[in-house]
Structures are given as structure tokens and as C-alpha cells.
Design a protein around this ligand. Structure first.
Ligand code: NDP
Length: 231
């Protein structure tokens, strides 16, 4: 079955690999990124699959940019919205709090994803997949925090997890599943060279889970094996 999927941060890392794998499955992919003109890998991929991949500009921290994307796609039904775009932000140690940097990362990792879910809820409700996937991180788990530090990233993903649970409740009546997923420790610019798995492995595992989500999964925070991560 052909699915229509909207992905944020599609120009590199996990987002780019999602575009690659979904395009191989005959899906229609709406691939968004901040600077389409500079997104060489994504544009090349789109040129190989012009009938399946469309590239749109989107800066997740800008309400104007999010509204412009909505204007571009109108009422098109979406099967899956993937809030993938994210930022690690600076790792200021205890005693060096940088409120501006914190706010920017919070906008990228939490507020922007919520605005995406709000503005595209009617599109996802009109699709048959009825799924919203948010790329969270184990770093946002309080139970998993055994080393401290990384205040900005950790708190922004913990905030995203709180948003996922509320959105799961609020969208239940519309039959929309909202989940937070940890993609593993993945070899990307963010994951760094010491990471444990390739983007190919991570995205394959996440896609397998996306095929099987049910409404009863809504509000969960899970790893790539489908196991619950403690909050
Ligand atoms: P990368 O750093 O490799 O890529 C981040 C992507 O997000 C880029 O496409 C980047 O675009 C985009 N992005 C950042 N800010 C914005 C913005 N304001 N508007 C639109 N796009 C933006 O990260 P990964 O691919 O590794 O991570 C993808 C997701 O997975 C993130 O949410 C991350 O937190 C999460 N994650 C990753 C892990 C890992 O090990 N890699 C582990 C746990 C979670 P641009 O090129 O313009 O900067």
C-alpha cells in the first residue's frame, strides 16, 4: 500500500536515511529541511525518485515556516508524520547555564514538534496510517541518567516526552497514534564516530515498528526493539 510520509530534518543523518528507505517502499515522501538548495544528498535522492520524493523548506523553530509548509500541502492526507529534526545544543556544564541556547534547543526539540503535530493533525487524521513519530532520546530519560550534565539536550527531550503523552491523550478521539522513539546510538553527525549502529540498521528497525503500531501504543516511549524506556 502506498503511504504518504512527512519527515523533518530530511537532509542528513537519520532523516535522510528515512527518506531513502521509504522511497524504496513505493511511499510518497514529503522531505523537509531548512535549506533545500544546500541539501545535496537529499536533492540527488529526489532526482532519482522524482515521482516519490518532494522536497520542501522547513525550519522547525519558525511558526511562519511551519504555516508555509501547511499552505503548500493543504489538506493532503498524511499516513505518518515523523518529527525527526533535532539539535544537541551546547553541553554547558553546571554553573554555565546559557538561557538563549537552551531556548533555541527547546524550540527545535520540543515546541517545533508540537506545532507540527498541531498543524498537521487534520492531515494525519485523514490518512490511513494515523501515526505521529517523534524522535526522542534515552538522554531524556530521568531513570537512565546516571552521569549528569547535558542539561539542555536532556531536558529538551524530556519535555518532548511530556508533550508526546499529552498529544497522545488529546488525539485519541481522532484515532491518531503518537509515540516517542529512541533510535539507538546512531552513526550520524549527532551520534558521532563512536556510535553503535548505522543509520540503515536504526531506520530499518524503526520502520518495522511503524508498520505495527496500534492505538494502544499511543503515548509510549520506546526503543528500536519496541521495549518501553523508563521515563
Ligand atoms: P543530525 O545532527 O545528524 O541531523 C539533525 C537534523 O535535524 C538535520 O537534518 C538538521 O538540519 C535538522 N535540524 C536541526 N535543527 C533544525 C531546525 N531548526 N529546523 C529543521 N531541521 C533542523 O542528527 P541525527 O540524524 O542523529 O538525529 C535525528 C533525531 O534523532 C534527532 O531528533 C536526535 O535528537 C535523535 N537522536 C539521535 C541519536 C543518535 O545517536 N544519532 C540518539 C538519540 C536520538 P541542518 O542540516 O539544517 O542542521
Amino acid at each position: 500500500m502506498t503511504q504518504t510520509i512527512l519527515i523533518t530534518g530530511a537532509n542528513r543523518g537519520i532523516g535522510l536515511e528515512m527518506v531513502r528507505q521509504f522511497a524504496d517502499t513505493d511511499s510518497q515522501v514529503l522531505a523537509t529541511c531548512r535549506a533545500p538548495d544546500e541539501a545535496r544528498d537529499l536533492q540527488q535522492l529526489a532526482s532519482w525518485h522524482p515521482e516519490r520524493i518532494t522536497v520542501y523548506p522547513l525550519d522547525i523553530t519558525s511558526s511562519v515556516s511551519i504555516a508555509a509548509l501547511k499552505e503548500s500541502i493543504g489538506d493532503l492526507p498524511l499516513d505518518i508524520l515523523i518529527n525527526n529534526a533535532g539539535s544537541y545544543g551546547p553541553t554547558k556544564p553546571f554553573g554555565q547555564t546559557d538561557p538563549e541556547a537552551w531556548m533555541n534547543t527547546l524550540r527545535t526539540n520540543c515546541i517545533g514538534p508540537l506545532q507540527m503535530m498541531e498543524i498537521f493533525a487534520s492531515n494525519v487524521a485523514a490518512g490511513s496510517g494515523k501515526l505521529m513519530v517523534n524522535l526522542s532520546s534515552k538522554m531524556g530519560s530521568m531513570t537512565d541518567n546516571s552521569s549528569g550534565g547535558v542539561y539542555i539536550y536532556r531536558s529538551s527531550k524530556a519535555a518532548l516526552n511530556a508533550v508526546v503523552v499529552s498529544a497522545a491523550h488529546d488525539l485519541l478521539q481522532q484515532g491518531i497514534i503518537v509515540v516517542a522513539m529512541h533510535p539507538g546510538w546512531v552513526l550520524t553527525d549527532m551520534g558521532g564516530p563512536g556510535a553503535e549502529m548505522t543509520v540503515t540498521e536504526s531506520v530499518m528497525a524503526m520502520r518495522r515498528l511503524m508498520d505495527d503500531f496500534k492505538l494502544s501504543d499511543s503515548g509510549r516511549f520506546i526503543d528500536i526493539n519496541g521495549a518501553d524506556i523508563p521515563w
